[in-house]
Ligand binder design. Structure first.
Ligand SMILES: NC(=O)c1ccc[n+]([C@@H]2O[C@H](COP(=O)([O-])OP(=O)(O)OC[C@H]3O[C@@H](n4cnc5c(N)ncnc54)[C@H](O)[C@@H]3O)[C@@H](O)[C@H]2O)c1
Length: 462
């Protein structure tokens, strides 16, 4: 794509809007304020706007509530539902709305992204930069760039850039303030210079910056998520082989991880990946690649997805095996509902999926999660929810650890053993000390381990 050399002046200290204040947008708005900018957060969800304005983060993210209050106290952060105000206020507009999986398809649902850009563009009548941060299929940015120019009274003065986001829930503040790299997808020198001004405090710390065209910027994000998903499914595929051979996947992962060409991170066997990004992003990538005529190039991602889903089914198998062959009427304590610890996000959560499958096979399932119970209850109101670990495991015939919260890792097997009806545990995340559990009289099972395996070895780097 050609780049234009525009001579328009850059706003050195731009006023920033953040459109869509969910996990990504709320964090971005708060962190841009912390970096010294004047920020307006915009959402169509009036309840979310009211909560954020009152200093309450409507989801669980460590460190964000404190940073939100500091940002509000600075007087430089406000939230609104008013797009007119946003159009007047912003020099740089970051669009952070959701791109979920479309109903009945693997494609991304781009309705929210399209609506957000259209709402803004129709109201902006001066030079400004629209910046997409949502994860979108390749080609979306170029199409939207044309659409907004046509729609906006500002015409060619309204430019579009893409700035994919790599933050991890649970570490969102740190990742936003100290990213390992920034990626700018731009079509003009002006857009690059304006984005550099918006990220000046981060770039001044010598944070690596990759400047790319729009398509490459879009691709960086889905390629990164595809790689991470593949690495997780790779070790989980090896777990399947271990299960068939009596080999031990934790020892295998340890040995592989010491090879620094491979690395130990994301090589942890278990129940696999979930959440609001990895599953829908690899599916949308597969779908988009097929549309582009290169479906074969990423066909392996369908297998990555299938391996991941099989881990959930295998976890249910282990619980059933421990229960003696049938789940009907068996009391199961499901520990964890969030897709990972330190998050209350239950979108495509493996833990909740396993709990649901156990329930559908007739088990009496009690779910406990330190932070995600409310969200989980909203998704699966039929499941029973406990308000403490002790309450969840009381009288359980099998305990299934499904999300590796510290509270579960550090629980004492002897104390837990006094509460349950039968000391039987499936460690879906290789998070527990198997020897300690066995010494306390527990029957301990984990994915990819022979049933009487030695204690799993610690995995370097997690
Ligand atoms: N959550 C993450 O860790 C993460 C990390 C990197 C990238 N992303 C990407 O960021 C995007 C947002 O993800 P999220 O997890 O924050 O989603 P989310 O569902 O938590 O937040 C999306 C927000 O957008 C709002 N919204 C919807 N339509 C709108 C509109 N027209 N105008 C204004 N607001 C609107 C919703 O009300 C909601 O508050 C997705 O594309 C996701 O793939 C997320």
């Amino acid at each position: 794509m050609t780049r234009t050399i525009a001579t328009a002046p850059v706003v050195e200290h731009p006023r920033i809007t953040v459109i869509g204040t969910g996990y990504l947008g709320a964090t971005h708005a708060v962190c841009m304020t912390a970096l010294g900018f004047d920020v307006l957060g915009v959402d169509v969800d009036a309840a979310k706007v009211a909560a954020l304005s009152a200093g309450t983060v409507p989801f669980f993210e460590p460190g964000l509530p404190e940073k939100l209050r500091e940002a509000l106290d600075s007087g430089r952060l406000r939230f609104t539902t008013d797009f007119d105000e946003a159009a007047r206020f912003g020099d740089v507009h970051f669009v952070c709305v959701g791109t979920p999986q479309a109903p009945g398809s693997n494609a991304a649902d781009l309705r929210f992204v399209e609506a957000a850009f259209a709402e803004l563009a129709a109201r902006i009548d001066r030079r400004a930069l629209l910046v997409g941060k949502s994860t979108v299929p390749i080609g979306t940015a170029a199409r939207i760039a044309d659409e907004v120019r046509t729609l906006s009274p500002a015409g060619d003065d309204l430019e579009l850039a893409w700035n994919p986001e790599f933050l991890r829930e649970g570490f969102a503040v740190e990742d936003t303030l100290h990213p390992d790299r920034l990626v700018f997808g731009v079509t003009s020198d002006w857009a690059e210079a304006q984005l550099r001004a918006a990220f000046r405090p981060i770039l001044d710390r010598d944070t690596p910056l990759v400047v790319a065209d729009l398509a490459t910027a879009e691709l960086v994000k889905v390629a990164a998520n595809s790689f991470l998903a593949t690495k997780i499914s790779y070790i989980n595929a090896m777990a399947e082989v271990c299960e068939a051979t009596g080999a031990d996947v934790t020892v295998l992962a340890t040995a592989l991880g010491y090879d620094d060409r491979i690395g130990a991170r994301f090589l942890k066997p278990g129940l696999g990946f979930g959440g609001g990004c990895l599953p829908k992003d690899i599916r949308a990538f597969t779908h988009r690649a097929a549309e582009l005529g290169v479906g074969q190039a990423v066909a392996f991602l369908e297998e990555v997805d299938a391996i991941n889903i099989r881990r959930r089914i295998r976890t249910v198998d282990l619980v059933r095996e421990l229960a003696g062959g049938s789940l009907a009427g068996v009391r199961v304590a499901a520990l964890g509902a969030a897709f990972k610890p330190n998050s209350d996000d239950v979108r495509d959560a493996p833990a909740l999926d396993v709990a649901r499958m156990l329930y559908l096979e007739g088990a009496s399932v009690t779910v406990y999660d330190p932070e995600a119970t409310q969200n989980a209850h909203r998704v699966y109101p039929d499941l029973d929810f406990a308000s403490s670990l002790g309450q969840a495991v009381a009288s359980a015939e099998v305990v299934a650890l499904l999300t590796e919260w510290d509270e579960f890792r550090s629980a004492d097997p002897t104390t837990l053993g006094e509460l349950v009806a039968r000391r039987r545990i499936v460690d879906g995340r290789h998070a527990l000390d198997a020897d300690r559990y066995r010494a306390a009289g527990w029957e301990y099972r984990a994915l990819g381990l022979p049933s009487g395996a030695r204690q799993p070895q610690a995995l370097p780097g997690g």
